[in-house]
Ligand binder design. Sequence first.
Ligand code: HXC
Ligand code: NAP
Length: 296
Amino acid sequence: MNNKPDLSLLLRDNALQGKSIVITGGGTGLGKSMATTFLKLGARVLITSRKEEVLQKTCEELRQATGGTIEYAVCDVRIMEQVEATLAKAEALIGPVNVWLNNAAGNFISPTERLSHRAFDTIIDIVLKGTYNSTLAAGKHWIANNRTGVFLNIVTTYSWTGSAYVVPSACAKAGVLALTRSLAVEWAKYGIRSVAIAPGPFPTAGAWSRLFPENISKKIDPLSRIPLKRFGEHEELGNLASFLISDFASYINGEVITIDGGEWLQGAGEFNNLEHIPAPMWDEIERMVRGKKSAE
Ligand code: HXC
Ligand code: NAP
């Protein structure tokens, strides 16, 4: 099967010049990778999370790697005052913010009956509250100052299907998707677009350690769930994100783009598991099915 991704930049040089982008949870994983792509395309970026050491290190690394302008602010997205302070800091350091990427998240697998209400709060607060805090802070600021902007929200494919064993995350991500689609309509009049990406599995230390611990991966191969039989490459997500926040996507509003190798649909189609029927068996099956018709 030839499904080799092209990992070079999708957009031309400096396609994101003039974009000032805040990325929550931008010090690690997918946030860091999207920051890398944005910087290569000429955007100015400010990354946030709770850990200053991580942010500092990522800033140094990406400045060196891309030569771009990247700053950081320590910010717990659950706390509105910190989000507002981050917006102010970003405007001072990278100029008027016109893109806000809600990427910060918390998650872990657990049977729901083992969860305390505090465990539920922990995930909902980071994912849903963190996203609406950010959205209110940046959105009100843009509206009050007559400025346009883009919200890009990272959700998951179980935002619309739900998922067992990550129920707080599923509830929170469903809320983020609802927020995306609601504001796409309500705030369009201010020139504010809201879009989302639903990634399937993209290996990161944060997600893998909490969702696919070794004893589970030994029992259930996550690749077996993906029709394209590979995980996503971070550059693929970076290219999609850079397109969605760019002016090339200025007519895309309220959309969620799935990038998962077909994973969620494989789980959804009634007969998709017939994939496991060995090819020679189809002759016998056809005979039986056709025979049934003539027996009626
Ligand atoms: C049951 C648990 C638990 C577990 C924590 N809790 N882990 N309950 N099983 N495995 C409970 C605790 O007992 C406590 O409740 C409450 O949750 C809060 O736990 P803390 O450890 O105090 O919280 P905190 O230190 O804030 O840590 C938050 C965290 C942590 C979410 C648990 O993992 C974190 O900071 N994660 C950030 C990064 C992250 O998760 N990245 C992955 C995103 S991946 P009690 O009642 O005891 O007080 C992702 C991908 C989705 O979203 C799709 C993939 C395909
Ligand atoms: P990750 O590296 O763990 O990223 C999560 C980030 O969120 C971390 O940098 C973390 O930093 C930050 N964060 C957590 N709580 C925060 C808080 N209260 N305030 C501010 N920042 C906080 O995991 P990832 O895999 O890259 O995930 C990134 C995004 O992609 C998430 O939205 C996730 O749901 C989504 N996603 C990932 C996958 C995948 O396969 N990797 C698939 C679907 C969706 P601190 O802990 O330092 O604060």
